[in-house]
Design a binder for this molecule. Sequence first.
Ligand SMILES: C[S@@+](CC[C@H](N)C(=O)[O-])C[C@H]1O[C@@H](n2cnc3c(N)ncnc32)[C@H](O)[C@@H]1O
Ligand SMILES: [Zn+2]
Length: 158
Amino acid sequence: MSVHNNYKNMTSYKIKSSLIHRQGLYAAYNIKRSSKIIEYKGKKITKHKAETDLKYDDPKLIYLFDLNKKYDLDGDFKYNTARLINHSCDPNCEIIDNGKSKLWVYSIKNIRKNEELTYDYGFSFDKDYKTYPCNCGSDNCVGYIIKQSSRWRLKKIS
Ligand SMILES: C[S@@+](CC[C@H](N)C(=O)[O-])C[C@H]1O[C@@H](n2cnc3c(N)ncnc32)[C@H](O)[C@@H]1O
Ligand SMILES: [Zn+2]
């Protein structure tokens, strides 16, 4: 992917209260598609820990990023500003794993100043899907936080 860096000395995001949920990140200026926006930082933990530790038991606030079959990234740290990015069914960003234990948020569309930054949380479709209602407000919102590749399943049962 070719990467654009718009204004070298200025962060391209700002924190604001969000209509989707509590706080979110917003574009500080017009951002071109394929721009590197912010690193998603955290602590690597095993999936076993994520499934058994009570710290990760709150379905209302999920800050876990699925790294691979064995590990998740716990992003619930103040230093991880990217944790504030909300989910959308029509996202304008995605998180890319550079393979060297670094995750970066990139724009996948041209984003206008003051637009909220969002990505697809990638939740799979399972029996608990109703625990995660989606409030993204986009035209194609399916009502629940479910990854794009699984949304057809929801349409089938409703
Ligand atoms: C990583 S936090 C996102 C930041 C959060 N807005 C905050 O202020 O802490 C993830 C949580 O935000 C909420 N959230 C994110 N996207 C959402 C959406 N599209 N609809 C409803 N809630 C959402 C859910 O409660 C989710 O567990
Ligand atoms: Zn939605």
